[in-house]
Ligand binder design. Structure first.
Ligand code: AMP
Length: 114
């Protein structure tokens, strides 16, 4: 089922897009949890981590990691460190059921997360 992220992909609603290719999109989280908080998503609709088929999606996942590294460098957080997060399912804290990789940085992260 389509989510609000499909509307962002289709430019039906605005987002602060920071990177885009034919296959992935990255935009600033509307409710940032750190000075840098970017969501990196595939354009294809994959609801959650458990729907990933590695043989089919490994290229896409690699592109998402490449984008995270590129954006971390551009945002000046690559050297100090940052966090990449996939929330999966209700107890994983997932709210939007369109796969997304959170790129968080610009402050000290804590462990364990809440
Ligand atoms: P998750 O809890 O892992 O599903 O994360 C969903 C994220 O999407 C949250 O951090 C929200 O703040 C963010 N979000 C929801 N709607 C939008 C939107 N329209 N533009 C940007 N970020 C959004």
């Amino acid at each position: 089922m389509s989510t609000i992220f499909s509307k962002i992909i289709n430019k039906e609603i605005p987002a602060d897009i920071v990177f885009e290719t034919d296959t992935i999109l990255a935009f600033k989280d509307v409710n940032p949890q750190a000075p840098v908080h970017i969501l990196i998503i595939p354009k294809v609709e994959i609801p959650k981590v458990t729907d990933i088929i590695v043989k089919e999606h490994d290229g896409l996942l690699g592109e998402m990691i490449d984008a995270a590294n590129k954006l971390a460098k551009e945002m000046g957080i690559a050297e100090d460190g940052f966090r990449l997060v996939f929330n999966c399912g209700d107890k994983g804290g997932q709210e939007v059921y369109h796969l997304h990789l959170h790129l968080l940085g610009g402050r000290q992260m804590k462990w364990p997360p809440g």
